[in-house]
Design a protein around this ligand. Structure first.
Ligand code: SF4
Ligand code: SF4
Length: 483
């Protein structure tokens, strides 16, 4: 036995698994290895192990994984692209994406809105001078190849004329520099019409569509200002949008304590979305959305939902049940390995994830007044203002330190490189400090990651090939994570 790395061991179903938190190598282990790891791990106990258990544990400790009889060496930290580009080489100062608040007003009054009716403490709309300056600012700060403007609000389509001006100007200016400018919109869908669909098509706008489930839940969580059904309005152009844009439309469901994730997912599938994400309603200074006990119960419900789906998925994989696999892959709630990760096999999880997201590092939000904030959720919070698009001053680099290194609790956490540290805005709202994640969030993250490890370690080469044939494993991922 060698190596100082600690192994984290856990069980899922009847199987045992372990992961080396530093090398990110994980594997299924036998019950003898599992008992050793749950015991005092003395030299005497190790010496008494069978050859199989010793070799399993050595592979995890030393960072070698035997695949078809070949030993593959562990990548060092310097092989880690995320480590090189950020923690070791420092922040390169590039911002590749801005959330452009073309409005801070909304036509809905979602009960959980972390922007407080989409206003973020400063109701209004962006003017043209600010919007075009924001485009120039992004082009000054993004890399030589591409940038992304994410139209945000409030409801951005309430300022549709400005969106069109921004997209035309950005495409023109970016073209002059040889930069590709990409666009995203986060919308409640209620204002879509043929002209807006044409805009989405013409500018190839990735659409993040807020969609909270069946009509009665949708209307209750997302009431309209004029008391009409927001669900009916959202559904009016949705079939056309999905027919024309397919996987470029992502349903984003917000779950509140009491939501039934299975019912929400069923409604999303029935509406025809090909991709979706579910996020929990979050606390914020603009909305006092907090009920810790209900939130805990809700997390348990979500984990139980994921766990039961995962068991069904593994059964369907074993039985080569294509219909069931296709259905479950949409509702699994944890991601399947990509081709690169799977084929590497010497490291179950390629790359150490040092950041949850690009907050304040390669992604910022620009408010209607041109102030820069670390991300959309921080908008309007003066303590976290990073600068202004009208100032020559560089923005404050407060966020470039990787949370997994900067936060004491994360440094010693076994799942740090799968987690990347919690959402920093959630940290602020829960503990008052971007560097202190709350236990409740961490417990949820750890249990979810155990399930992900169990899934990845349970897929054999043959399974993987079959999943590819069934088109369950897809290469294209959603480019943005707007939590
Ligand atoms: S689970 Fe919690 S402690 Fe662990 S890395 Fe994530 S935020 Fe940090
Ligand atoms: S995960 Fe949290 S900190 Fe990161 S972009 Fe989303 S809301 Fe902001």
């Amino acid at each position: 036995m060698s190596g100082d790395d600690k192994l984290h061991c856990f069980s899922f179903g009847q199987q045992h698994f372990a992961i080396n938190a530093n090398t990110m190598i994980a594997s299924r282990i036998c019950s003898e290895s599992a008992s050793y790891l749950s015991g005092n791990q003395s030299h005497k106990a190790y010496d008494a192990l069978s050859v199989t258990a010793k070799s399993e544990l050595d592979a995890l400790y030393q960072g070698h994984k035997t695949l078809k009889g070949k030993n593959v060496s562990t990548p060092s930290i310097s092989d880690d692209p995320e480590g090189k580009s950020s923690a070791q080489a420092g922040w390169d100062g590039r911002i590749s994406c801005i959330a452009l608040f073309v409005t801070q007003i909304c036509n809905l009054r979602c009960t959980y809105c972390y922007g407080g009716a989409g206003e973020y403490g400063n109701r209004g709309v962006m003017d043209e001078t600010t919007a075009l300056r924001a485009v120039d600012w992004l082009l000054e700060h993004c890399g030589p190849h591409e940038g992304r403007i994410s139209f945000f609000g409030g409801e951005p389509f309430l300022n549709f004329p400005l969106m069109k001006k921004v997209a035309e100007y950005a495409r023109h200016q970016a073209g002059k520099q040889g930069v590709r400018m990409n666009f995203t919109v986060t919308t409640n869908l209620t204002l879509l019409d043929r002209e807006k669909l044409d805009f989405i098509h013409d500018f190839d706008v990735m659409t993040i569509a807020s969609f909270d489930g069946p009509k009665e839940i949708f209307d209750a969580l997302r009431p309209s200002l004029d008391d009409s059904s927001s669900y009916d309005k959202a559904m009016k152009m949705l079939p056309e949008l999905l027919a024309e844009r397919g996987r470029m439309v992502n349903a984003r469901a917000t779950l509140v304590p009491g939501s039934d994730p299975a019912a929400v997912q069923t409604a999303i599938n029935a509406a025809g979305f090909l991709r979706s994400t579910m996020v929990r309603a979050a606390r914020s200074p603009y909305s006092d959305f907090s009920d810790i006990e209900r939130d805990k119960a809700f997390s348990e419900k979500r984990l139980a939902f994921t766990s039961s789906n995962l068991r069904l998925f593994l059964d369907a994989l074993k039985n080569r049940d294509e219909a069931q696999i296709g259905r479950l892959s949409k509702t699994l709630g944890i991601s399947l390995p990509t081709r690169d990760v799977f084929l590497s096999r010497n490291r179950v999880f390629l790359g150490r994830k040092k950041y949850k997201c690009g907050v304040g590092r390669n992604y910022v939000a620009v408010s209607i007044t041109g102030d820069i904030y670390p991300c959309h959720r921080f908008t309007g919070q003066e303590n976290y203002r990073l600068g202004s698009i009208f100032s020559e001053q560089p923005i404050k680099p407060d966020f470039y330190l990787p949370p997994v290194d900067a936060a004491e609790k994360c440094r010693s956490c076994w799942t740090r490189y799968l987690c990347g540290g919690n959402c920093l805005h959630e940290n602020v709202c829960e503990t008052g400090d971007i560097r202190i994640p709350c236990d409740r969030m961490c417990d949820y993250e750890k249990q979810k990651n155990e399930m992900q490890i169990a899934l990845w370690c349970s897929i054999s080469n043959d399974d993987y090939q079959w999943l590819e044939q069934c088109r369950v494993i897809s290469a294209d991922e959603c480019k943005l994570d707007f939590g």
